[in-house]
Write a protein that binds this ligand. Structure first.
Ligand SMILES: Cc1cc2nc3c(=O)[nH]c(=O)nc-3n(C[C@H](O)[C@H](O)[C@H](O)COP(=O)(O)OP(=O)(O)OC[C@H]3O[C@@H](n4cnc5c(N)ncnc54)[C@H](O)[C@@H]3O)c2cc1C
Length: 392
């Protein structure tokens, strides 16, 4: 299987190769395959915006118009819908992170050991074990496989959805605070209250590729009717808050300006920053945060570094200014140090959506304010528009 693209140029190649297949997407998308083709595998590129949804939507409409590509367009828009939903309920992300920490500290040892056994692909249900190993080895699972596996974790193994979602978050190359958390909540029956997703062998037999079902050990545990809903308590407050109000265009320049490029949006050459003229650009990774705070897998850390390095290289070429990628113990402090050393009056960045990058904003804002440096977030107008629609 070809690995998902992690640079813009590879993402554009993959997208151009997939565009002719969009016409078959609605009928083929649920089918897992041993080789590429039924689905795009563009998710890491879209998640980090090596490629923007706007570009994909525009090219699709130019090629097909709306009706023949409706299902494909709907799926591409799902990501933004989830993002908008979480933007209005940032406490759902916070609550999930708190629960992961709390469960790791308080769950009985035998439950934690069971969770480890299932996640390392040793549950004894061969097809689910193949998927667990595939996730860790490749950083990708087909959507149907994600649904089966999440359901197996929650409803067959009767483990906490939060810990399963953390396993996905640590390994998926497209790991997204909104799509991942809210999809797991959906499988658990929390996102659409009372509607759980139950894994069924007949469904695998219809949609899995032959390799996944060759070894039939343990399949009785997911036989039709064998898996019963495990009702999970919702620990999150899901009430709606006002959306943050971000500008969609650059303000007048105040002096030396730096662009902080982060992994939420790595297409500065497309959209509101295309004509920007920063004096310097910087991106930051934090191996320490990746390892210690989020316990990310090696493939995921490597992918993060690769997409950021690609973004930095393109920004340097586009803006013809110095552009650096720095490994920082503490990202907020390092951005402050960079801004001071570059004698910046202003730091500009794409508005980060709810998740790890947004979490550092309060500290970053106060550090830059202390230094007298303005921090400006710019949101794509299409995000502002789409997020406002995610009310229900
Ligand atoms: C338990 C679970 C966890 C998930 N976690 C993530 C995650 O962390 N990050 C993530 O991007 N997606 C997540 N998804 C959604 C979906 O599985 C992936 O987006 C999709 O499988 C990516 O593969 P693809 O690019 O080949 O998809 P394609 O079918 O080719 O779809 C094209 C694009 O549309 C978007 N998309 C498609 N289906 C969905 C969907 N159901 N929800 C949201 N966006 C969608 C993605 O950006 C995807 O790249 C999760 C789904 C489940 C059930």
């Amino acid at each position: 299987m070809t690995p998902p693209p992690l640079t813009r140029i590879d993402a554009l190649d993959s997208w151009n190769a997939f565009l002719p297949r969009v016409k078959d997407y609605a009928t083929r998308r649920n089918q897992l395959e041993a080789r590429n083709g039924n689905v795009s595998r563009l998710s890491p590129a879209l998640r980090h915006r090596l490629l923007t949804e706007d570009e994909v939507i525009r090219a699709t409409l130019d090629e097909y118009g709306f009706a023949p590509a409706e299902k494909w367009l709907q799926e591409v828009c799902w990501r933004r819908y989830w993002k908008g939903w979480l933007e209005m309920r940032p406490q759902v992300w916070k609550s999930w992170r708190q629960r992961v920490r709390q469960l790791r500290e308080t769950l009985p040892r035998e439950v934690l050991e069971k969770a480890d056994t299932v996640a390392t692909g040793e549950s004894g249900v061969a097809c689910m074990d193949i998927l667990a190993r595939e996730l860790v080895e490749t950083g990708y699972l087909h959507n149907h496989a994600r649904m089966w596996w999440a359901s197996f974790w929650i409803h067959a193994e009767r483990l906490q959805w939060e810990v399963g979602a953390d396993f996905f978050f640590r390994h998926l190359l497209d790991a997204d605070p909104a799509s991942n958390t809210l999809s797991w909540r959906w499988v658990a029956g929390l996102q659409t209250p009372g509607k759980t997703y139950l894994v069924r062998l007949a469904n695998l037999e219809q949609y899995a590729h032959a390799g996944l079902l060759r070894d039939r050990r343990g399949n009785d545990r997911i036989a039709d009717g064998a898996v019963k809903p495990s009702l999970q308590q919702d620990h999150a407050d899901t009430s709606r808050r006002p959306l943050p109000d971000f500008s969609t265009s650059l303000p007048a320049r105040t002096g030396r300006t730096g662009l902080w490029l982060h992994a939420e949006d790595l297409a500065p050459e497309i959209g509101p920053l295309a004509e920007f003229a920063p004096d310097t650009v910087a991106a930051f990774t934090s191996e320490r945060t990746c390892h210690e705070h989020y316990r990310l897998g090696e493939n995921r850390i490597h992918a993060l570094r690769t997409v950021l390095a690609d973004g930095i290289a393109r920004a340097a070429a586009r803006y013809r200014c110095p552009a650096t990628l720095t490994d920082a113990d503490d990202t907020a402090t390092s951005i402050g140090a960079w801004a001071r050393s570059q004698q910046l009056m202003e730091v500009v960045a794409f508005a980060p959506t709810v998740g790890p990058v947004r979490d550092i904003v309060p500290r970053l804002s106060s550090q830059l304010a202390e230094l007298g440096i303005r921090l400006t977030f710019i949101q794509r107008a299409s995000d502002t528009h789409a997020f406002a629609l995610a009310c229900s």
